[in-house]
Design a protein around this ligand. Structure first.
Ligand code: BG6
Length: 297
């Protein structure tokens, strides 16, 4: 792995700003530090593991019990769910790219001092065995006083491609019982906790039990109000007409080997999606970009 790290650092490293390191065997992470923010991104899944704007507490949450192992998803951060979101009979939950090793395609500081890291993945025999389509996938991670994520799917095949997907972001919160999500008032949702019952949001989203909802027909920003932490997190999005809000609460948390007791109190997921009926069809040679911009407000 040393030679891989050397190659990556020689090709893409930026002194005092971007360095690749192996945090566990086979698990390589880009460590980013700029005057604007620090962040880390694993090549495993193109998985954003942290983002902390200068002078602020961490914004992105990762479980203390998370696995950092080849072939296993990471509990927390921003898993990339693609080319399907959720369950598909006979297939792994949330697609297959969150456990694949992505290639580094570029890293540069832009004119405003943001670090832009681009990771990519294309179809091969492994992906063809589970999903028989040609594709090029690229995640651009822009680390600054905001965190911008843009996931671009290019259809490199000769037939239309249909996908569902998510930037499945986990956010820190000081106390979930004092946390709300604004921006979804009046929005219909499918309630997974009630066997996908169709419901409608009234007021802000609050948390007092397991919450697992696909909000449909919404392009709105979401605003997490972390009452106990006395801060707000805005999630603006593009290329998305669905938003998922998830917290496993007490009982489901106990069933998850990669979550420590009581951790459900410390995070919530607000996911930028193309989920449910918001599937995207991409014509040959065309692209679709799913983007989220995260900021403290
Ligand atoms: C959410 C789903 O997006 O992800 C939940 O709506 C699911 O149903 C959750 O439990 C976590 O999924 P996983 O595969 O990372 O445990």
């Amino acid at each position: 792995m040393t030679s891989t790290l050397d190659t990556l650092n020689t090709a893409f490293g930026i002194p005092n700003t971007l360095h690749f390191t192996e945090v566990k065997p086979g698990f390589v992470v880009a460590e980013i530090t700029t005057p604007l923010a620090s962040a880390s991104v694993a090549l495993h899944g193109a998985h954003v593991l942290s983002w902390q704007p200068a002078g602020q507490q961490p914004v992105i949450w990762v479980s203390k019990a998370a696995f950092f192992e080849p072939g296993k998803p990471v509990r927390g951060g921003v898993p990339v769910c693609w080319p399907w979101f959720g369950a598909v009979p006979g297939k792994t939950l949330h697609g297959f790219v969150r456990t694949m090793i992505w290639q580094v395609r570029g890293a540069e500081l832009d004119a405003t001092g943001q670090l832009v890291l681009r990771l990519g993945l294309t179809d091969d025999a492994t992906t063809r065995a589970v999903w028989d389509h040609a594709f090029d996938l690229e995640l651009a991670v822009t680390v600054g006083s905001t965190l911008a994520l843009a996931l671009t799917t290019r259809n490199t095949g000769d037939a239309p491609l249909s996908i569902t997907q998510a930037l499945h972001s986990y956010f820190c919160t000081a106390d979930i019982t004092q946390t709300t999500v604004q921006g979804l008032d009046g929005t219909p949702y499918l309630d997974k906790v009630q066997n996908f019952a169709v419901c409608q949001q009234s007021g802000d989203v609050t948390f007092s039990g397991e919450t697992d909802r696909i909000y449909t027909d919404t392009t709105s920003d979401s605003l997490i109000q972390d009452g106990a932490g006395r801060r707000s997190i805005r999630i603006a999005k593009q290329g998305s007409a669905s938003t998922v809000v998830w917290n496993p609460w007490v009982e489901k948390e106990k069933t998850m080997a990669d979550m420590a007791p009581g951790e459900h109190r410390q995070f919530l997921c607000v996911e930028t999606c193309n989920a449910g009926s918001d599937a995207v069809t991409i014509a040959p040679a065309m692209t679709h970009t799913l983007a989220a911009t995260i900021s403290l407000v």
